[in-house]
Design a protein around this ligand. Structure first.
Ligand code: CP
Length: 356
């Protein structure tokens, strides 16, 4: 059974196919109006969402299917202590496909081991958000016409910003992509993104603390909000909350064909006065999310009918405890499992934190 837990669950050819399908849906939506007749999507959202949940639901409805689910943990039996494992095992009897968001890192990975139907990771804590990445890729393709030969600035909370982690994993698979990582030092990308993603990819990257100095280099500026809900203390959040605010003045030296993106929601990191700049594409990006999720639902259901298996078995080691307090393996009765990386280190299979 195929799932989408991480961006790398899809080959580059499969991503290309999905982008083409989404573009065809944009052009010829009526062709797909009954493609999911009698199919049901369950949206299990243990964490708040506007875009992801509603675009998934709109996507399934536009494909002629139906939706069921919950939008907050406290309307589910999670409040009674039910685990993710049991919840998913049950709901996979009621739906043909499940999109799930959860505050614990690795929750969707656990779900994929318990389900009878495809699981889509709609965000797991500060770890990953692969359907946002598909949304971002569709936007990059529609704006730039390519994935190669681009300089991408990622700005804001790169530590807890799960959309950034997934986007770097995806874009680092293309040729001649350069990354400019713009964040306060305390909010830089997690160590595994540097050692296991950027360095092996051979992509050029640099880490800087100011947006202005790099603005002229960028083809894409991907802004993110400071993720208040992931900080350990309010003081720490307050220290960083206004770290970067994009306004028209900061764009004076930017390229004329810069593409400004943001997964949204925005707090204050993009001034409203930027919205009327023709380079601002974040609202189009949110709309693209519905079309790419339509394509994803179609593909995963098609693969489920074909009964395609997992693409490979990772070499794993059991028993190494994960040190990440936000990892699901420290909250549910699960076996601690690590995978050996190319550099002979071990990483938790759920959240990718180093275990040894
Ligand atoms: N981009 C995104 O994930 O938005 P929501 O949290 O509103 O789903």
């Amino acid at each position: 059974m195929r799932h989408l837990i991480d961006t790398t669950d899809l080959s580059l050819a499969e991503i290309d196919d999905m982008i083409s399908l989404a573009n065809d849906i944009i052009e010829n939506g009526e062709k797909y109006a009954e493609s999911c007749k009698r199919k049901k999507l369950a949206t299990l959202f243990f964490e708040p969402s506007t875009r992801t949940r509603l675009s998934f639901e709109a996507a399934m409805l536009e494909l002629g299917g139906s939706v069921l689910g919950f939008s907050e943990a406290n309307t589910s039996s999670a409040t009674k202590g039910e685990t993710v494992s049991d919840t998913v095992r049950i709901v996979s009897n009621y739906a043909d496909i499940i999109a799930m968001r959860h505050p614990l890192e690795g929750a969707a990975k656990v779900a994929s081991g318990k389900t009878l139907v495809p699981i889509i990771n709609a965000g797991d804590g500060g770890h990953a958000h692969p359907t946002q990445t598909l949304t971002d890729l569709l936007t990059v393709y529609r704006e730039k016409g390519r994935f190669n030969d681009l300089t991408i600035g990622l700005c804001g909370d790169l530590k807890f910003g799960r959309t950034v982690h997934s986007l770097i994993k995806a874009m680092s698979r293309y040729e001649n992509v350069k990354f400019v990582l713009i964040s306060p030092r305390e909010l830089c990308v997690p160590e595994y993104i540097i050692t296991d993603v950027l360095e092996p990819s051979g992509c050029e990257y640099k880490e800087v603390t100011s947006m202005e100095e790099v603005m002229p280099e960028l083809d894409i500026l991907y802004m993110t909000r400071i993720q208040r809900e992931r900080f350990y203390s309010q003081e720490e959040y307050l220290r960083h909350k206004d770290a970067f605010i994009l306004d028209p003045e900061k764009l004076i030296n930017a390229k004329a064909d810069l593409t400004i993106m943001h997964p949204l929601p925005r707090v204050n990191e993009i001034a409203v006065s930027v919205d009327s700049d023709s380079r601002a594409k974040y609202f189009e990006q949110a709309l693209n999310g519905k079309y790419i999720r339509m394509a994803l639902i179609l593909k995963l259901l098609e693969w489920a009918d074909e009964k395609s298996g997992h693409s490979g078995v990772e070499p794993t080691v059991n028993g190494l405890k994960c040190n990440n307090p936000h990892c699901i393996s420290n909250h549910e009765d699960l076996m601690h499992i690590s995978k050996r990386t190319d550099k002979n280190t071990f990483r938790c299979i759920y959240c990718e934190t180093r275990t040894k």
